[in-house]
Design a binder for this molecule. Structure first.
Ligand SMILES: [Zn+2]
Length: 277
């Protein structure tokens, strides 16, 4: 799943490789998929893409926004999109849900695993789409300050039963963090995923803020997480501290076996000693 680190890395690569390139032809790929979210018919995609020019791609949270000039934007990311650049059709994946052929015959393909976005939206209204949410402030952007983050806690009802996992990854949440990045962030902050947000003291909030910024920065610097691939099919180099492979293994800090439990629609991993509930 593409989360903020991968969206940032892939957007940078797309920008460097594709900005200014003209699309000779483009379409919705060779396969359909109920959960490959599109915003128009195959004919509309072909008409918009043909002859359009790619602008500077940008990451916004877990979304990748690619201007398709003059007046559209391609929205990828946030789900299980495999986004690949090709010098030949020979390296195409078997199934594609978006295909762009550029002049001088290089290609971009997008294949959606699970669910994901291949939206082609008018630039004028794209920002209000719920998978774009232009008004949200994502970590590593200028607006994501300690004051902003502290404000999210202050806005919460005193009697709220929301857990820190729910607080970070669901509405309004921290834009761009999903279940994949969450585990190491909470581990670094020494906070159990099920702890109630209202019980988290201000010094812990600050530690959590630093853990979000530090962990995501490291993931970006290392080209994304090891479980994910970039525009060229290369795996990221960030090896997660907590994931399915580390269950029952000793915590790197204290040696207690790492535990796993299903919680809020996904597995959470934690050290029961470092991250007491
Ligand atoms: Zn531990």
């Amino acid at each position: 799943m593409i989360e903020l680190p991968e969206a940032t890395v892939i957007a940078r690569q797309m920008s460097a490789e594709l900005a200014g390139r003209r699309i000779a032809e483009g379409n919705r790929g060779n396969s359909t998929h109920k959960f490959a979210f599109c915003s128009g018919t195959p004919e509309e995609y072909e008409a918009i893409l043909k002859g359009a020019v790619v602008g500077e791609a940008k990451g916004h949270g877990s979304a990748i926004l690619v201007p398709i000039e003059p007046d559209h934007v391609l929205v990828l990311g946030g789900g299980g999109e495999s986004i690949l650049y090709h010098h030949s059709t020979r390296t195409f994946p078997k199934k594609t849900h978006l295909m762009l052929r550029f002049e001088r015959d290089t290609y971009l393909t997008v294949t959606v695993q699970g669910w994901g976005n291949v939206l082609l939206l008018p630039q004028a209204t794209a920002g209000s789409h719920r998978h774009v949410a232009a008004e949200k402030i994502a970590p590593l952007s200028d607006g994501f300050t300690w004051e902003y983050f502290r404000g999210l806690f202050e806005a919460l009802d005193e009697g709220s039963s929301k857990s820190i996992k729910g607080f970070l990854i669901s509405e309004p949440g921290v834009w761009g963090i999903g279940n994949g990045c969450l585990q190491d962030i909470l581990y670094q902050a020494k906070i159990h995923p099920k702890r109630r947000v209202v019980d988290i003291a201000e010094d812990e909030q600050r530690t959590l803020y630093d853990a979000i910024v530090d962990t995501l920065s490291q993931m970006v610097e290392l080209g994304g997480r090891e479980s994910e691939r970039d525009l060229y099919g290369n795996r990221g180099r960030y090896v997660r501290i907590l994931d399915s492979k580390t269950q029952s293994r000793p915590c790197p800090e204290c040696g207690t076996p790492i535990e796993k439990t299903q919680y809020l629609g996904g597995a959470v991993y934690f050290c029961p000693s470092c991250q007491a509930q």
